[in-house]
Structures are given as structure tokens and as C-alpha cells.
Write a protein that binds this ligand. Structure first.
Ligand code: MG
Length: 270
């Protein structure tokens, strides 16, 4: 088809045939073959099992990978710098207060956010979460939590199944920055998943931004964020602006006062 159209466009009368015998003498296709490096072999996971090279952050049994930070970000943009300074200069953590039950970890309302003990930058991440049935709750009050990449960049966790709220604050939003491409929410009471590819921002030595953080995310297997470039931290109050920070920082799960559940959390560093 392509060759015929090309012939018409150039006024040629005949379709150009490929002479495979002649090409075989020089094998020009080899010039564009790349054989090394070979990608590492990975046994793919089932829906409920992580791949073989994943770092398991929660396997249903304990909170050993997590602790409770004294402070977390997320409320005011004009507080981010001072909180960051504090966190980088103090090892101020206590054991997480969340509960583990029936293979899930459950937000303890008032118990505070939890952070991974390990820091991450560029990563692939899988997390499963469940918004419990909670009649009478609405908008941002119905099963609100959030996964904060590097503690700063939040993909919203919320019951967004027949629950109206601002579009850039619904499930799968990069909070206050990017509306999800579609609403792929399942009803409350059902397990849901996020699969994420996150690239950390890069900062020059003088603290200026070299490249923004980006995120690609799937909600229950459906693309909801397509290489979105973040404008800075995801913040409740104020316009986002980048604050320079280390290449790797802990992941954070938010306590927003609702008993959201989590399971099967794993990450692959990129
Ligand atoms: Mg939230």
C-alpha cells in the first residue's frame, strides 16, 4: 500500500519491488539492530504477587518498612521549606500507629501519616487500596488518603465512585495540579490499584530546576496520568513551586481521618 501510494505521488508507473536476494548480500537491516545490553530477566507478577525484583513495602503482615514522621508536608506551600529543612536535619520518627488486619494496613484516624524508612527517587510503584463503605461521608471527606511520592507529590486516594468533589482533587488526580484522564474508580468496599512510573525532579547545584518531576499512572489498569509534569509539590493551600531537595526521599501515605486500607505495596527503583 505504502509503495503504491509513493509510486502514484512520484508519477512512477510501477510498484517498486524489494529485491531480497540483493539485500541479503549486504544485510543493511543489521546496522540498526541493538543487541547489548540485554534487559535483565524478570518474572512478571500476577495481579496479587509482586515481580521478582521488587522491594516489598507491605506484604500484608507488618509495618516494618514504615515509621511515623513528626512532620509531613501537604498543607501550605509557604511551610514546605521549613519542614524540609527540619526533616533533613532531624531523625525524628516514631513507630507507626496504623493497624494491620486481615492482610491490610489501615489508616488510624489521628494517628498521623506514615513514611517509608527507605528513600526513593525514580521508581515504578504498585499499591492497592480500599475505600471502606462509609454512608454519610461526601466529597473530600469520603475515604481520603494519598500517596505522596518523595513525601511531596501526591496522587490522590479518595472514594470517587459517585462522590462529587473538585476534579483536580478526585481519585487519581495529582492533587490540585492534574485531573485524571478518566474516572476509573471502583465502588467503595472493593480493592483498587495504582501502577505508577515516577521520575524525580532534577535540581542544579544552585538549586534551580533542571527538569520537573513526571508521573504516568494507571488506576485499575486504566491510564489516568500520561507523563504529567508536576509544577512543584502538591499542596492544599498556595501555588506549587519547586523547593530543591535530595535525589531520593521517602514515600508517604496520608492520614486524612478515614480508615482507608492498603495492601500489596511494592516498588522497583529505576
Ligand atoms: Mg489526600
Amino acid at each position: 500500500m505504502t509503495l503504491s501510494l509513493l509510486s502514484l505521488a512520484t508519477g512512477a508507473q510501477e510498484v517498486i519491488e524489494i529485491d531480497w536476494e540483493e539485500l541479503g548480500k549486504t544485510q543493511p537491516w543489521k546496522a540498526t539492530e541493538v543487541w547489548e545490553p540485554k534487559p535483565d530477566k524478570v518474572t512478571p507478577g500476577r495481579m496479587d504477587l509482586p515481580p521478582s525484583d521488587a522491594i516489598m513495602l507491605f506484604d500484608g503482615t507488618n509495618l516494618d518498612a514504615w515509621h511515623k514522621p513528626k512532620y509531613d508536608y501537604g498543607v501550605r506551600m509557604d511551610h514546605v521549606q521549613s519542614i524540609l529543612d527540619y526533616k533533613l536535619n532531624h531523625d525524628d520518627y516514631s513507630p507507626p500507629k496504623w493497624n494491620v488486619k486481615d492482610g491490610a494496613m489501615i489508616v488510624k484516624p489521628g494517628g498521623g501519616a506514615i513514611e517509608t524508612k527507605q528513600a526513593f527517587g525514580d521508581c515504578q510503584l504498585h499499591i492497592e487500596w480500599l475505600a471502606p463503605v462509609d454512608p454519610g461521608k461526601e466529597s473530600q471527606g469520603y475515604s481520603n488518603s494519598g500517596l505522596f511520592l518523595m513525601g511531596l507529590y501526591e496522587i490522590q486516594i479518595l472514594n470517587s465512585y459517585e462522590n462529587e468533589t473538585y476534579a483536580n482533587g478526585q481519585a487519581g488526580a495529582m492533587y490540585k495540579q492534574s485531573i485524571p484522564l478518566v474516572n476509573a474508580s471502583r465502588p467503595p468496599g472493593e480493592w483498587q490499584s495504582y501502577d505508577i512510573v515516577f521520575m524525580a525532579p532534577r535540581f542544579a547545584e544552585d538549586g534551580s530546576l533542571e527538569s520537573p518531576a513526571t508521573i504516568t499512572a494507571f488506576h485499575n489498569g486504566v491510564l489516568i496520568q500520561n507523563h504529567f509534569e508536576l509544577a512543584g509539590p502538591c499542596i492544599f493551600i498556595g501555588e506549587p513551586e519547586y523547593v530543591p531537595h535530595p535525589e531520593k526521599m521517602p514515600l508517604l501515605l496520608q492520614d486524612h481521618g478515614n480508615e482507608v486500607r492498603f495492601r500489596n505495596i511494592w516498588v522497583r527503583e529505576l
